[in-house]
Design a binder for this molecule. Structure first.
Ligand code: FES
Length: 138
């Protein structure tokens, strides 16, 4: 069994901000076809700031811990600051992840980014990052 930090175990056992925001301003979904894990992030935006972030994750323990810490880190941040929550930042904040679990931190950061993209698109703002990622997927 891979060695998890105490922080990963804490966020896995007691995940913060689990659930759905019914009147979310943005929703982002990200999955990994290899492991089949899936995350959905819901955000509320107030004055360019994330006033609330919730998630639903169907996935491994690391994916749940990642979702929890991403939500905790993102609440209160401006959209620009939240964009800086990269997979590397997430893994560091969790005290590291085993190598074969690194993709789990990618999912969390990407799902949050997609929720921000979704919010901006609803405001009529074209989002370059999203298009770039979709190009890469092809
Ligand atoms: Fe795929 Fe963790 S094993 S998200």
């Amino acid at each position: 069994m891979p060695a998890y930090s105490e922080k990963v175990m804490d966020h896995f056992m007691n995940p913060r901000n689990v659930g759905e925001i019914e009147d979310a301003d943005g929703i982002g979904e990200e999955g990994n076809p290899v492991c089949g894990d899936l995350m959905t992030f819901y955000i509320k935006v107030n004055d360019n700031r994330l006033s609330d972030v919730k998630f639903k994750t169907f996935g491994c323990g690391a994916a749940i811990a990642v979702s929890s810490i991403v939500s905790e880190m993102a609440i209160g941040k401006t959209l620009e600051e939240a964009r800086k929550i990269t997979p590397a930042v997430v893994a560091k904040e969790l005290g590291g992840l085993p190598k074969n679990k690194n993709h789990c931190s990618n999912l969390g950061a990407q799902a949050l980014n997609r929720a921000i993209d979704n919010y901006l698109e609803k405001q009529g703002i074209k989002v370059k990052t999203r298009r770039r990622r979709e190009d890469e997927d092809e």
